[in-house]
Design a protein around this ligand. Sequence first.
Ligand SMILES: C[S@@+](CC[C@H](N)C(=O)[O-])C[C@H]1O[C@@H](n2cnc3c(N)ncnc32)[C@H](O)[C@@H]1O
Length: 413
Amino acid sequence: MNDDLRGQYENYPYPPRDPADEAARLITGSPSHISEIEHHITGGIRNTDVPRRILIAGGGTGDATVMLAAQHGAAGIDAEIIHLDISEASSAIAKARIDARGLTNTTFVHGAIETIAERALGTFDYIDCCGVLHHLKDPVAGLKALREALKPMGGLGMMVYAPLGRTGVYHAQAMLQMITGDAPDPERISAARQLLGELPDSNWLKRNPHVGDHIDQGDSGIYDLLLHRRDRAYSVPELAGLIQQGGMRPVNFVDPARYEPSVYLSSAELVKRTSGLNWVQRCAFAELLAGNMKTHILYAVRDDNRTNTLAIPDTADTIPVMRDGDGPALGAQIKLGMSLKVDMEGVKLSLPLPALAAPILLLIDGKRSLAQIHAGLKSTQKPAPGWDTFKGQFDQLFSSFYGLSRMFLTKPS
Ligand SMILES: C[S@@+](CC[C@H](N)C(=O)[O-])C[C@H]1O[C@@H](n2cnc3c(N)ncnc32)[C@H](O)[C@@H]1O
């Protein structure tokens, strides 16, 4: 079923990775950062009594596998991680990266997502499927297979391509298909390089600053972006349809702020109009408005899981966690009146920060609860804020940092 794609990923493992680089850095990202999973899927609860079972479906050269194995190891959480892929060459690179780190919690299985049920792998608390479903012959069937492999309260973190940020990619794919068809791969790559060198300034790929794999990822990058045999992109409404047909329910996009129209708009009239849309419509509106999304990263749960995993009660015992553990460092930089400014692939966003942003951030270490942070403010703030004032300030801080996937909430287990 997947022979046409297997050849590509045996010869051009993607993304290209060198196991020797593990000594220098850990690649982290979304989906599947451990704090992001706990926030979106487990209601902020880190249950360390039962080992977590995690499947990386189409794990490729191992970015998510290595990140999850390393993060669970560092957090002292018992995890059983299975990396599944149709490409033995890609899995060999992923395994060499795991071995380079001396990690022992990962198993490698050679096979297709569509055959998970036949493999008796058991069920999983979490499944990562990043950059794979949009390459399957039948993405709905692939998603259903993943759903069946999830425990009832388990969750999925996925990434699929989005159309607008990939403007020009499909034009180049179509041109290369016309002129190289079924030619051998080295010939197709050579033709792609020639064409890239001759794109007129008006060409949409040349004008698109959001994609760069054909520039900086070598032959594998050119192949994956421009010569792929099967590749489609999903708009927000199309993705919502895929999720629903796959028997899943969306939890949230990453980064949440990018999917909120009001983040881009200053007209109160327009904000009011968009706030009347339902969540999927608002996300679809934001995609059309921003025009730069080249992927969608989404967390989802089974459609029979009715728990609102995002409704983490932010009571006094809730513990805020910075994704990169950089609360104190940020607290030292932020001055009164500053806002959180980010460049989201060409869109400059400015998210509000409350007056107490800096002193609160200085106390966010991933261990202190909101009650302890509030108590800690008494030694730096005169007069010390009451609980309601503090909570209002924290909520605004959280909204801005969570919008950029930089702060999450956890509950003591
Ligand atoms: C674009 S790469 C993404 C790799 C990895 N998930 C990442 O984000 O770095 C797609 C991967 O999916 C694998 N793949 C494609 N179709 C598959 C299938 N039906 N079952 C399992 N793996 C598949 C390919 O071999 C390749 O390693």
